[in-house]
Design a protein around this ligand. Structure first.
Ligand code: MN
Ligand code: MN
Length: 285
C-alpha cells in the first residue's frame, strides 16, 4: 500500500513540475491542465481535475472545455494536482508568479510555512500544534493564513478522509498516528484570511450511488471529475446529463473559492507519511 502511495505521489509531483515549468504569459489554463492530466494518465489515474487558481482565486477552478483564459504577467498561479494508483492518492500543489517577482515573498511564505509544518510532523503531534506552526510562520511574514481551507488525512479512494489539518491554531488535540497519510497545505493571503464561494465551477463529484450514476462512479472511481472529461463519455449530451443529475442531487458541483477581500493567495502542498520520528514526503518532485 505504501509503495502505491509513493508511486502516485511521485507521479503527482512530476506532473506538478511539468505544469509549473509550462506556465508562461499567453499560455492557456486549458493547455496546462491537459498537459498535466495527460502525463498522469500515461502513468497512473487522475485523482481530481487539475486546479488552476489564479490571484484572488484560492481553489477549485479547473478550465472548462472551451476555456479561453490565458496567463498574464504578474499572475499568482496555484496549481494543485492529484494522482492515484489503485486508490492511493498523492496530492500536491505549488504557486508560481508569471514573469514577475513582485509577490515572491507571498509565495516563499507558503513554502516556508509548509517546510516548518513538515519539520514538526511525527507520531503523537497534535494537529492544533501543526496549525500553530503554520500560523506563526505566516504572521511573521506579515501575511494571513486562510482559516477555512485545511489540509487533510488521505485514505484509499478518499481524498478528504476525516481529519482536517488546520492552517492556524484551532486548539485541536487530535494526535497524528504512525502510518497515517496526510496532506498539509498552507494558504497565505494579503487579504483578510478566509475564502467565500464565487459561484459554480467545473468540478463535480457523485454523491449518490444509483444506476444513473454508476457509469460516472466506474469511470472516476467516485473521485471528483471535470465537466470537460465528459465529452468522451456522453458526447454532446454531457451538459444535459449533468444538469439532470445535479437537479436530482446525485452529483455535487464544487464552488470556486475566492479570498473574501480579494487578497492575493499562495499555496504549497505535500502529501506525507507520518513516521515514529518524523515523516516521509511522498510527493517529491
Ligand atoms: Mn491539493
Ligand atoms: Mn489537499
Amino acid at each position: 500500500m505504501y509503495e502505491k502511495f509513493r508511486e502516485a505521489g511521485k507521479i503527482a509531483g512530476q506532473a506538478l513540475k511539468i505544469g509549473a515549468e509550462s506556465v508562461k504569459e499567453g499560455v492557456s489554463y486549458l493547455e496546462i491542465a491537459e498537459k498535466m492530466e495527460g502525463y498522469i494518465k500515461s502513468k497512473a489515474k487522475i485523482a481530481f481535475p487539475v486546479n488552476i487558481s489564479v490571484n484572488n482565486v484560492a481553489a477549485h477552478y479547473t478550465p472548462a472545455c472551451d476555456d479561453e483564459k490565458v496567463f498574464k504577467e504578474g499572475d499568482i498561479v496555484k496549481i494543485d494536482v492529484g494522482a492515484h494508483i489503485d486508490g492511493y492518492i498523492g496530492d500536491t500543489a505549488l504557486t508560481v508568479e508569471v514573469e514577475s517577482n513582485e509577490n515572491s515573498r507571498l509565495i516563499e511564505c507558503a513554502g516556508l510555512a509548509l517546510e516548518n509544518a513538515i519539520s514538526v510532523v511525527k507520531e503523537g503531534v497534535e494537529i492544533g500544534y501543526i496549525g500553530k506552526v503554520i500560523e506563526d510562520t505566516i504572521l511573521k511574514c506579515n501575511f494571513k493564513p486562510i482559516k477555512n481551507l485545511q489540509g487533510h488525512s488521505i485514505e484509499r479512494y478518499r481524498l478528504h478522509a476525516g481529519i482536517s489539518i488546520p492552517n492556524y491554531f484551532d486548539g485541536s488535540k487530535i494526535k497524528l498516528k504512525e502510518g497515517q497519510v496526510i496532506a498539509i497545505e498552507p494558504f497565505v493571503t494579503t487579504g483578510i484570511g478566509y475564502v467565500v464561494d464565487a459561484g459554480a465551477g467545473n468540478i463535480y463529484q457523485v454523491i449518490k450511488k444509483s444506476s444513473l450514476t454508476s457509469e460516472l462512479i466506474k469511470h472516476f472511481d467516485g473521485l471528483p471529475f471535470a465537466k470537460r472529461w465528459l465529452k468522451n463519455l456522453y458526447g454532446g449530451k454531457a451538459d444535459m446529463k449533468l444538469a439532470f443529475l445535479l437537479k436530482r442531487r446525485m452529483v455535487h458541483q464544487y464552488n470556486i473559492l475566492v479570498e473574501a477581500r480579494n487578497g492575493l493567495v499562495s499555496q504549497m502542498e505535500h502529501t506525507l507519511l507520518v513516521e515514529k520520528d518524523g515523516c516521509e514526503i511522498l510527493t517529491t518532485r
